[in-house]
Write a protein that binds this ligand. Sequence first.
Ligand code: ADP
Length: 496
Amino acid sequence: MALSKKIETPTGAYEQPLGLFINNEFVKAVDGRTFETINPHNEKPIVAVQEATEKDVDIAVAAARTAFEGPWKNVTPSDRGRMLVKLADLFEENVATLAAIEALDNGKAFSIAKLDIANAAGCLRYYGGWADKIHGKVIDTDPETFNYTRHEPVGVCGQIIPWNFPLLMWAWKIGPAVATGNTVVMKTAEQTPLSALYASKLIVEAGFPPGVINVLSGFGKVAGAAISSHMDIDKIAFTGSTIVGRQILQAAAKSNLKKVTLELGGKSPNIIFNDADIENAISWVNFGIYFNHGQCCCAGSRILVEEGIYDKFLERFKARALKNKVGDPFHAETFQGPQISQIQFDKIMGYIEEGKAAGAKVEVGGERHGSEGFYIQPTIFSNVTDDMKIVKEEIFGPVCSIQKFTNEADAIKIANNTTYGLAAAVHTTNLNTAFRVSNALKAGTVWVNNYNMLSYQTPFGGFKESGIGRELGEYALDNYTQVKSVRIRLGDAMFG
Ligand code: ADP
């Protein structure tokens, strides 16, 4: 089987690599297994890629270990930064191709995929800037001792990413790991392997030595499990579901106690007070739930509206949701494309049916969209109670619930009544309300009068069962460094 294939997209043709990317080369899987990736717009296979098993993980880890102990150690921090900045430039130069691959393989709108690529480039460049600014401290304890700390790389990092933002998650993970001098074995999601393989070509062009970044296509239960239980991986970073996050933590505990950071699910509240700028709030609420077809871990899926504006808000929000253009990712006006897979489609439709059966009222949507592709109508449920599954569990689709609250204390109580704690938002024109409620919400990110506005400069991660550790910003550097304390005795022997 050839290790690349010409693929046609509505914006042009390109050459798609299909191999596992190890030691800066595309190679066949040891067992020769392949799997198909599906276009969620028409449910047809796009192409088959090589499938990594435990044996390929072992080879990739050995490559990453050799690079870590040898060539990569000898690259100066400034040169590490230069390579990341070059990779960012290459992302920008290849934005049209990378975005087309995302639209084809993931189903997100091409116009929005271009923003993903711009953000991924920004993130890589940002961490390129950090590469030569990683340092420890001198700590004064007494005149006879000189103490200093070094922030050293952790080693070989396993990274497992999801399918909802394939290249953005790739950049969030690779940026801080490589900037701090680690090497990486990355497993992409089985639903969306293509863009990361194309980006792997750019790794070579950016000048990274072989083995520094290795990218494997494969399944969670095989390649993912092999990474999380590997005895020669020093750290694992995972983004995905809470259920798999638990398995990864267990695998790390049972193997070599590798360090673990997890970015997991959410059921985030979006709170609108009587005094909010209602048109603005509706735009953000709509964007908060329907952006990326509701496939965001931080999606604002529980909408809480103060009783004074509830009726007016609901009417206008319904009208706004109905205006969202659902359809072909390559159509210029599309905002919402298909869900990623048949499995996700069925899961979301299952939640919708459960909501209906439990007595919630469908205000908008509630059905599939069209007859081909994994499309679902933007859906709003009212008349919900806190014990309903659609209010408690992460749906990961274009489905939200809307509830009324009576006052600030009531809003905070409902908002925090969840096992998750990834994000939340407050819409108000009162500064005091904004601060008080932001401080009271148990969430890793709080947006005031906006939603989903992430920046690679600001940290992102979860309270409670939404995760461990923070990605992005300076905070992410802590995940990828370990502190060494060196104590030098300047005086004579102390104990004779
Ligand atoms: P989703 O349900 O949204 O697909 P998952 O948490 O299942 O999210 O998947 C996110 C990533 O985790 C994917 O790359 C997937 O292959 C991987 N994964 C799934 N199961 C496991 C597992 N048992 N061990 C390690 N990785 C896994």
